[in-house]
Design a protein around this ligand. Sequence first.
Ligand code: HEC
Length: 253
Amino acid sequence: MGKLRTILAGVFAAGLLAAPVVAEEDIAMPNMKWSFDKIFGTYDLAAAQRGFQVYSNVCANCHSMKLMHYRDLSGIGLEPEQIKAIAAGVTVPQGVDDQGAPKEGPATAASQFKSPFANDQAARAANGGALPPDLSLIVNAREGGPNYIYGLMTGFVPAPSGFKMQDGMYYNKMFPGHQIGMPQPLQDGTVEYTDGTSNSLDQEAHDVVTFLSWAANPELVERKQMGVRVILFLVFMTGITYAVKRKVWSDVH
Ligand code: HEC
């Protein structure tokens, strides 16, 4: 009995000792307000459009979005002429010419978003060995989703003294292990917004996350609306069923 008690006390003490170490590693996930949260939430299209601007001006220098085509941008409220103009401003590979040499030309609405690198090897070579992941579905692929990506964008801080950094890595408080191969992509004033919105780091991060969330879940709003309709239908059917039951059994006493 005495032995058991000693063991239990030891386990308890070890738990107490271990607890602060775990707590230190546990960086709080930001808990931001998103236009697309909650059951009636919808994407703030102006924010998504600004986010697309952030993506194209900044992130697209390193990250692909292979599942996206320029025509998809109608989903954030861009008009066909605007989409055409955006695509026409981008030069993409277009098969080969008569001599078999690779050809390039302006993209069209049907083109895939332009990838910054020809392949993963080229992408790694340009990024000190780290591979910038495709951002098409990144919001769904990371625990914490929009809040995590927002935290990552705003999480570049000086490394704590004594933290050993490897060459070519950057300290980020949100990234697991805190050493990331991506230099801080956004700062205050990185992009110029034409709609008068402040271009603070927070705003740019919030906008690009809104865009990436839409890209990963473009049908989210329809799905929610469908859910609400299904619930209304079920409530209605329950009422009908109850009324019919009352009617059918009304003669039985
Ligand atoms: C200079 C190139 C560069 C730019 C510009 C850049 N990134 Fe990255 N990004 C990288 C690299 C390289 C990695 C992989 C880092 C690693 O695995 O250590 C990365 C990783 C990421 C990740 C994945 C992090 C994780 O949890 O694995 C996200 C999300 C991301 N970037 C978003 C963005 C967004 C959004 C922008 C634009 C605002 C952007 N990046 C701009 C190079 C870049």
